[in-house]
Design a protein around this ligand. Structure first.
Ligand code: GTP
Ligand code: MG
Length: 137
């Protein structure tokens, strides 16, 4: 597939980086298929990150992800999933390449500015979580 899913997380929203992050995404060649600003309840955050529910940081993660507004978006580009993960950089910004979105804008490994899907299958699941079929067309 040529699609991936992203969120601008509450830290980057609160720090005023949403515009700069979207600018970097668009300049890297991604087309925005669908986009909205919304906010996750702690229950919805837990549903989104269900694969991590046994991890020690799950409570911190769901509290953080429900702490403020986010921007959710479906992006389109050839090789979207892999290219987007390259663009955002490592989970921990301390290990992220210079110039990546997380290196530029993340606060920490937990509050790391953006989400990017890790597979085509999850990109579709995550896009469906936030957007109706009509919005995803
Ligand atoms: P996502 O794009 O958000 O899925 O990040 P990722 O794929 O680079 O990392 P992963 O899926 O392994 O972890 C999901 C999210 O959990 C990360 O983006 C972080 O926000 C959070 N996380 C991962 N490791 C830690 C940790 O050690 N401590 C805390 N507090 N949060 C973590
Ligand atoms: Mg992940």
């Amino acid at each position: 597939s040529n699609r991936t899913f992203t969120m601008i997380k509450p830290d980057a929203m609160a720090d005023g980086h949403a515009g700069a992050i979207l600018d970097q995404i668009i300049k890297a060649g991604f087309k925005i298929v669908a986009m909205k600003q919304t906010r996750l309840s702690i229950e919805k955050a837990g549903e989104f990150y269900a694969v991590h529910k046994e991890r020690p940081f799950f409570g911190e993660l769901t509290e953080f992800m429900s702490s403020g507004p986010i921007v959710a978006a479906i992006l389109e580009k050839e090789n979207a999933v892999a290219d987007f993960r390259t663009l955002i950089g490592a989970t921990n910004p301390a290990n992220a390449e210079e110039g990546t979105i997380r290196k530029r804008f993340a606060r920490s490994v937990g509050e790391n500015a953006v989400h990017g899907s890790d597979s085509d299958e999850n990109a579709a699941i995550e896009g469906n979580f936030f957007f109706s079929a009509f919005e995803r067309f």
